[in-house]
Design a binder for this molecule. Structure first.
Ligand SMILES: Nc1ncnc2c1ncn2[C@@H]1O[C@H](COP(=O)(O)OP(=O)(O)OP(=O)(O)O)[C@@H](O)[C@H]1O
Ligand SMILES: [Mg+2]
Length: 255
């Protein structure tokens, strides 16, 4: 049998006395949309940090296509084909939208990995080909007509699309999206959901942290339910959403 596409096994992360992840184990399948759900503080962002090399776990391993990511830097993880967004948007608000995408394109030879992210103006000058590539990505997320707009002038919904454009620019095949739909109006929400589905149909694999059950129902093939740093349940959206014990944990009986 071939190795799982992505596999977390026994991952543990402690912050002082607080166990953010404990014996956290799951797999995700390729070319599917897996939603990662669970109450605030369940450890969703923390497992993203572990997978993407931003945080070294106290124990446990993550394998991507059979290869251990143990000790890999964030740059190495991106180069291997895994890119993520952050819960706070981390855009360059004083730069045009297209420059924000260009800074995420793979590096030219001879450049330090990630140097571009810290030298965005330098990269903005790096030539027409990169600009065309970035433009094609903006087109894909529906922002082509906003390419030259300063990010601070974009609507919140447009900024959320732009962060997806930035992960696409890395060329990664596995996209980890931390609450890509949070705070969006209904119209903007539909645009993001349509985009995520399209990316999946184009062959991307998505792991998406999401709180909105309507979004989960509409986009998820598989749902992972994290609670207190541990995988508590896995199932279809319907199985997870209709489980009264999980609803109690999620909403604390508030419903
Ligand atoms: N750098 C850190 N230092 C200390 N504690 C942290 C740190 N990062 C996360 N935590 C704690 O670890 C636990 C898990 O946090 P995490 O951000 O992974 O939760 P989450 O599931 O993403 O929650 P939310 O839905 O609110 O985004 C929380 O109790 C959080 O306060
Ligand atoms: Mg989080």
């Amino acid at each position: 049998m071939s190795a799982p596409y992505l596999q977390a096994e026994g991952v543990e992360v402690s912050f002082g006395g607080l166990r953010a992840l404990q014996d956290c184990s799951f797999t995700i399948d390729p070319k599917r949309i897996t939603c990662l759900v669970g109450p605030n503080g369940a450890g969703k962002t923390t497992i993203f940090n572990v997978i993407t090399g931003f945080l070294k776990p106290n124990a446990g391993t993550v394998h991507f296509k059979g290869q251990s990511l143990d000790g890999w830097s964030p740059q190495q993880v991106v180069a291997a084909g895994i890119a993520r967004t952050f819960q706070n948007l981390r855009l360059f608000v004083e730069l045009p939208a297209i420059d924000n995408v260009m800074t995420s394109l793979p590096q030219q030879s001879g450049e330090e990995p990630l140097a571009a992210i810290f030298r965005p103006l330098h990269v903005a000058r790096a030539g027409r080909r990169r600009r065309d590539e970035a433009m094609a990505i903006l087109q894909e997320v529906g922002l082509a007509d906003r390419a030259d707009e300063m990010v601070r002038n974009l609507s919140y919904g447009e900024q959320k699309l732009l962060i997806i454009a930035r992960v696409l620019a890395t060329g990664a095949e596995l996209l980890l999206l931390d609450e890509p739909a949070s705070g969006l109006s209904a119209g903007a929400l539909d645009k993001v959901m349509t985009l995520l589905r399209r990316l999946q149909s184009e062959g991307k694999t998505l792991l998406v942290v999401e709180h909105n059950t309507r979004v989960v129902q509409q986009i998820a093939d598989d749902v992972l339910f994290l609670h207190q740093g541990h995988l508590m349940a896995r199932g279809t959206p319907q199985q997870i959403i209709s489980d009264p014990a999980l609803a109690e944990i999620y909403f604390g009986g508030a419903l």
